[in-house]
Design a protein around this ligand. Structure first.
Ligand SMILES: Cc1ncc(COP(=O)(O)O)c(C=O)c1O
Length: 388
């Protein structure tokens, strides 16, 4: 029997082809620089690791409530108060298996079959697949450098139909690292509330912002759903832990979905995360944020100088979404050649949507500065650009 139509409709990550080829080249002894991988290269901070080991030794390995460990939900409440000055009671917080689990719950609690969810294209590819998985309709709104690759109230308005039940945006965004404007988030939230829909804001990269300090969408409205995660800023990708904050009337539905989809988020990871907000951990994380900023501050001008189109300086995450139309009409082939000839792996735009994917590639600067410097040297040689 074939896999379901639903499963067949889910596009593979094209970067996996690049990764497989990179591994094959490495097996032949080639040195490959990995700028395709969307996760930080830092280890999990030691206080978090220690907390996990203690919990496992103490036998804290049983199911927690489906919405998460009460102490951790309280810690997240304290986090919103301390960082943003916003009150979000623990009763509105669900701890989840990564932001991925949170996105699935959010879409699951909001959308019925045939309902539409508006999202930016380019964007994080799993979002549209989550929507199709529950038979909802992802409506992809083209965005470009003119709006810093973000949705605006006008664009949302233009794509609104009577089936629109949710709008999803990520700020900072993957693949572009750009922020949505606070005022736009507030206006989109108001527009949604006025029409009986809900705005979902994915703030997974909110801890990794290098310019200004954007507000959480929860500061604008208690009717939005905010997604966050321990994966990126807290360097816990493999621990599979995230959270969402939702309007109180949706929490019952979210809890029932969580109970049935996965019973509970992983227990050792939840205990570990209790150490994520401590002063000691915060000092480590802030140091790493500054290190990531330094990498961006190196790579962004270096790529611009080589001729990559990066008209909007990304304020956060660890991605640069570069226009390569000066070099090629096919960014996938360009990424393949860069791997073969320069030994630098990057992600083709094809993975992020349908808006001119052949024009873009994503660089993830989740590698140490000397490695990025070597990457630029290799790319310069590959492109045949003379040193300035
Ligand atoms: C924008 C965005 N949202 C959500 C996720 C999922 O993250 P996780 O499930 O590891 O928390 C990612 C991962 O790359 C992402 O880039």
């Amino acid at each position: 029997m074939n896999s379901s139509r639903r499963a067949q409709g889910i596009a593979p990550f094209h970067v996996m082809d690049i990764l497989a080829r990179a591994k094959a080249l490495e097996a032949q002894g080639r040195d490959i620089i990995h700028l395709e991988i969307g996760e930080p290269d830092f280890p999990t901070p030691e206080p978090i690791v220690q907390m996990a080991m203690q919990a496992i030794r103490d036998g804290d390995v049983h199911y927690t409530p489906a919405l998460g460990l009460p102490e951790l939900r309280e810690s997240i409440t304290t986090f919103y108060r301390a960082r943003y000055g916003v009150e979000v009671p623990a009763s509105r917080i669900a701890v989840t298996p990564g932001a991925s689990g949170a996105l699935l719950l959010a879409l699951g609690v909001l959308l019925d079959a045939g309902d539409e969810i508006l999202m930016a294209d380019p964007g994080y590819p799993c979002n549209r697949h989550f929507a199709s998985f529950i038979d909802a309709v992802p409506v992809r709104i083209p965005v470009g450098p003119d709006t810093a690759f973000q949705l605006t109230p006008q664009r949302v308005e233009r794509h609104w139909t009577e089936r629109t039940k949710a709008v999803l945006l990520a700020s900072p965004s993957n693949p572009t690292g750009t922020l949505a404007r606070d005022a736009d988030i507030r206006d989109i939230a108001e527009l949604c509330a006025a029409r009986g829909a809900v705005l979902i804001v994915d703030e997974i990269y909110h801890g990794l912002v290098y310019e200004g300090s954007p507000q959480t969408a929860l500061a604008h409205s208690d009717q939005v759903i905010v997604i966050n995660s321990f994966s990126k800023y807290y360097h816990m990708t493999g621990w599979r832990l995230g959270w969402l904050a939702a309007p109180v009337h949706l929490m019952g539905g979210i809890e029932r979905l969580a109970q049935n989809l996965y019973l509970a988020p992983p227990t050792p990871a939840q205990f570990a995360a209790l150490a994520a907000f401590s002063e000691e951990t915060q000092a480590i994380l802030e140091g790493r944020r500054l290190e990531l900023k330094a990498r961006r501050d190196f790579l962004l001008p270096a790529l611009r100088e080589l001729g990559f189109g990066l008209p909007v300086a990304p304020e956060g995450a660890f991605y640069l979404y570069a226009d390569v139309s000066r070099f090629t009409g096919d960014s996938f082939a360009f990424a393949e050649q860069m791997l073969e000839k320069a030994g630098v792996a990057i992600t083709p735009g094809l993975d992020f949507g349908e808006v001119l994917p052949e024009k873009y590639v994503r660089f993830a600067y989740a590698r140490p500065l000397p490695v990025l410097q070597e990457a630029v040297t290799r790319i310069r040689r590959f492109l045949g650009v003379k040193s300035a």
